[in-house]
Write a protein that binds this ligand. Structure first.
Ligand code: MN
Length: 152
């Protein structure tokens, strides 16, 4: 990541891309389960101690089921899907706001036939995501709505 800061203006391009912003497949190290998701870091601001990223899942794609100490502040920007936060699953649509507190399990899933894109704000300095153990996954699936959500 460069530390020179971004130029004052960067124009949007067709297809939810932006000038000067690298388009990256999510978590290229392959250490976590996810499907058809990309990441673009729109802002990496040391002065603000935050990053603003744009994530997008293809139709039927999903993010990693994970939790971590750091929080997320999310605004849905495109498409339609469902989101798990803690023990609650809700449908999401453009301009909905989602707050993911510290250590809450969370996952996003795009609706079949539609992509899902969202802005996600995080601290620049943050801990690594944790994946659920077998026991934690079983506990999550005790709630029928979460079991249905995880089965896609
Ligand atoms: Mn996360």
């Amino acid at each position: 990541m460069d530390h020179e800061g971004s130029p004052p203006f960067r124009a949007v391009q067709p297809g939810f891309r932006w000038d000067g912003v690298a388009y990256m497949p999510y978590k290229q190290d392959g250490s976590a389960p996810f499907k058809d998701i990309s990441r673009q870091v729109l802002f990496h601001e040391h002065d603000l101690n935050c990053e603003l990223r744009y994530f997008e899942m293809d139709a039927g794609g999903y993010s990693t089921l994970e939790r971590h100490e750091h929080a997320h502040a999310v605004m849905i920007l495109r498409g339609s899907g469902q989101c798990l936060v803690g023990d609650e699953v809700r449908p999401v649509k453009p301009f909905d706001l989602v707050s993911i507190p510290s250590l809450a399990w969370h996952q996003f899933r795009a609706t079949a036939g539609e992509p899902l894109g969202f802005l996600c704000m995080v601290n620049v300095l943050r801990d690594k995501p944790q994946l659920p153990s077998e026991e934690e996954l079983a506990a999550l699936k005790e709630r029928p709505a979460i079991a249905r959500f995880l089965e896609g």
